[in-house]
Design a protein around this ligand. Structure first.
Ligand SMILES: N[C@@H](CCC(=O)N[C@@H](CS)C(=O)NCC(=O)O)C(=O)O
Length: 255
């Protein structure tokens, strides 16, 4: 039995979820809400961060650890290259992506999402429990100040994060100039990580929670518009089209 403890809209949870789907595994999800998630997480793991995967009696925390665990436990459709050089390259790139496309995109993204309380509430309650909308209407001011504190959301940090993200995007554009995939010649955890972590700004229609329907606040929408012709942007859309649902629901196997 496999369960993913997640926030539906988290990019790191999308990374873990995609890895589970890539393996063709049938799993259940437990959708937690930011704020109330901490108690649940600390019961089974050492910190409050999601995603956390429950596999039988084991709990694995962190999207990268989850991919490694899945490749060890289900060694078909490997996401980690077997060749030692390619494996090293994929893991190094994943580490950079986790930071630059994960933490920095998130900081930049939420700094601007805070400008639009309605969309912010819509985003964090997406597919949440029935009471989430009312709960967050009351809790939004508290949640906002926690987001600001935990993610260091302010204009200066957001600008620094935007520059770091831009460097990464230039690096990806260059890497993808004459290549289909980031490492070697097949889909690996580096590609999955890049596409999942960039999904908030690329909004691919194949995202399982249809985040493409979310209206971005003005500044963020303008930033997105400027990216739409870039090679990395098209590449993320293509990866979602070709690889996000490669194993069809009917062909999955249950444990
Ligand atoms: N390195 C971690 C990052 C996970 C992470 O940052 N999770 C965020 C959501 S995107 C989280 O759980 N934040 C709430 C908290 O830390 O309590 C991973 O790869 O899974």
């Amino acid at each position: 039995m496999i369960t993913l403890y997640q926030f539906t809209i988290s990019q790191f949870c999308e990374k873990a979820r995609w890895a589970l789907d890539h393996k063709g595994l049938i799993f259940t999800t437990e959708n937690l809400l930011p704020g109330t998630h901490a108690r649940k997480a600390l019961k089974v793991a050492s910190s409050t961060q999601l995603p956390i995967l429950r596999h039988g009696m084991n709990y694995i925390q962190g999207s990268g650890n989850i991919i490694t665990h899945l490749d060890d436990a289900f060694p078909t459709r490997l996401l980690t290259p077997e060749d030692p050089e390619l494996r090293k390259e994929a893991l190094e790139l994943e580490r950079r992506l986790d930071k630059d496309a994960g933490l920095h995109l998130r900081r930049f993204f939420y700094t601007y999402m805070l400008q639009d309380s309605r969309q912010l509430r819509k985003l964090i309650t997406l597919y949440g429990p029935w009471y989430s909308n009312n709960f967050y209407t009351l809790m939004l001011p508290t949640i906002k100040s926690r987001l600001v504190r935990d993610m260091k959301l302010n204009a200066l940090e957001a600008e620094r994060s935007r520059l770091i993200l831009n460097n990464l995007l230039v690096h990806l554009d260059q890497k993808l100039e004459n290549k289909e995939y980031l490492v070697g010649d097949r889909f690996t955890r580096a590609d999955l990580t890049a596409a999942a972590l960039l999904s908030p700004i690329c909004q691919p229609p194949e995202h399982p929670y249809h985040t493409e329907n979310l209206r971005l606040p003005h500044d963020l929408a303008e930033f997105q518009d400027r990216l739409k012709d870039r090679p990395f942007y098209h590449w993320v859309q293509r990866l979602y089209q070709q690889h996000r649902w490669e194993v069809k629901p009917a062909d999955r196997y249950m444990l």
